[in-house]
Design a protein around this ligand. Structure first.
Ligand code: SF4
Ligand code: FES
Length: 371
């Protein structure tokens, strides 16, 4: 009888052994480790262009580079260059280094710097702020400074219809929206036009994007390049309350997240998994036209990761009301103040201490200059 057992291979990722089916990518193997043990989620390489639900994505942004220290059990040589983990398949006996390899961490800093070269720092007015993967990527993996002095790219404004706002300056050319339109709509009219530093997302001859599933490009965009025009400037995401809800929809599964301000539904999105990927793509009717709570069957609060800024201001009432809550918060957030020094009120002593402090500060700066 034919053996139908899947071909299983074993790899070591950041010192942890995991068994996966042959053909799995390094990224998926790392996610498998995190899914089995949530405390290892930090080991998973970041992804700015790869998106599991969309076939063909990945290999564009280089955010997920890792070091393959041993190619396989048969060929133990390391791979000469860092490889994108989202499109590199595992081999039996492969040894991969991510957070354990300084060269990987350094390369990632470079990728952040590179992605931010042309990205405007308009987070304070961007609707994506608080759920932007580039913000998270820069915060977790970036350097504090940039060496870029040239002017950022600018683009002609394109109107791509009544529902979707395109801010081309924010686009990192991950191609996710293009794959979305290719795979889940039947009449793609947008794509990446031109090449090199002139490449941009646009519609062909200013044609508006309108088909039943076009709104999904908003959910897959990792930055604020494609946002929901009906939600524009309505609220900051961390002030809204997300709840899971569903409705009987003839076009899609009708399972969504409603983003509410009080009783008002100000935005509807697809539900996402722990990797920020859409679980079920939703239709435009659910997304743009059903904005009353009575349109939906509410299931309950959306699970938001505790580390997410979206969970800010959402402390449970029973905890907040406890008298020692503020004290515990303060003791965990602020450094203790050294107040063991005597409390001085005499002006001469204060003047004397001030002169001494200045001398000490001058001495420190002279030391720094001479070293
Ligand atoms: S618009 Fe968004 S999803 Fe489309 S390529 Fe640019 S960054 Fe990616
Ligand atoms: S996530 Fe792998 S190259 Fe972009």
């Amino acid at each position: 009888m034919e053996d139908t057992k899947p071909n299983v291979v074993k790899i070591t990722f950041d010192g942890i052994e995991v068994e996966v089916e042959a053909g799995t990518t390094i990224m998926q193997a790392a996610r498998r480790i995190a899914e089995a043990d949530g405390t290892q989620a930090h080991l998973v390489p970041p992804a700015m262009c790869y998106y599991k639900p969309l076939e063909g994505t990945g290999g564009k942004c280089r955010a997920c580079l890792v070091k393959v220290a041993q190619g396989s059990a048969k060929d133990t040589r390391p791979m000469p260059k860092l490889v994108p983990s989202c499109i590199t398949q595992v081999q039996d006996g492969m040894v991969v280094e991510n957070t354990t390899n300084p060269a990987v961490l350094e390369a990632r800093k470079g990728v952040v710097e590179f992605l931010l070269i042309n990205h405007p720092l308009d987070c304070p007015i961007c609707d994506q702020a608080g759920e932007c993967h580039l913000q998270d990527f820069a915060f977790e993996h970036g350097a504090a400074q940039t060496r870029y002095e040239e002017e950022r790219r600018t683009f002609e404004k394109h109107d791509i219809g009544p529902y979707i706002q395109l801010h081309m300056t924010r686009c990192i050319l991950c191609y996710r929206c293009v794959y979305t339109a290719d795979q889940i709509t039947n009449q793609r009219v947008h794509g990446v036009l031109n090449r090199g530093d002139a490449a941009e997302i646009s519609t062909y001859i200013e044609k508006a994007i309108d088909n039943d599933f076009s709104g999904n490009v908003i959910d897959v965009c990792p930055v604020g390049a494609l946002t929901d025009k009906t939600y524009r400037f309505k609220n900051r995401v961390w002030f809204t309350k997300p709840v899971d809800a569903h409705r009987d929809c003839p076009t899609c599964k009708g399972e969504v997240t409603l983003w509410c301000r009080g009783e008002e539904v100000i935005r509807v999105t697809a539900r996402k998994n722990q990797w920020g990927e859409v679980q079920d793509f939703i239709c435009n009717t659910c997304r743009f036209d059903q904005k009353k709570t009575s349109d939906w069957v509410i299931e309950g609060p959306t699970k938001v990761q505790r580390s997410s800024v979206i969970s800010a201001n959402k402390y449970r009432a029973d905890l907040v009301k406890k008298p020692d809550f503020a004290l515990k918060l303060a003791s965990s957030q602020y450094k203790a103040i050294d107040d063991s020094r005597p409390y001085v009120t005499d002006p001469d002593t204060i003047r004397q201490q001030s002169v001494e402090n200045n001398d000490k500060a001058n001495h420190r700066s002279l030391l720094a200059e001479n070293n």
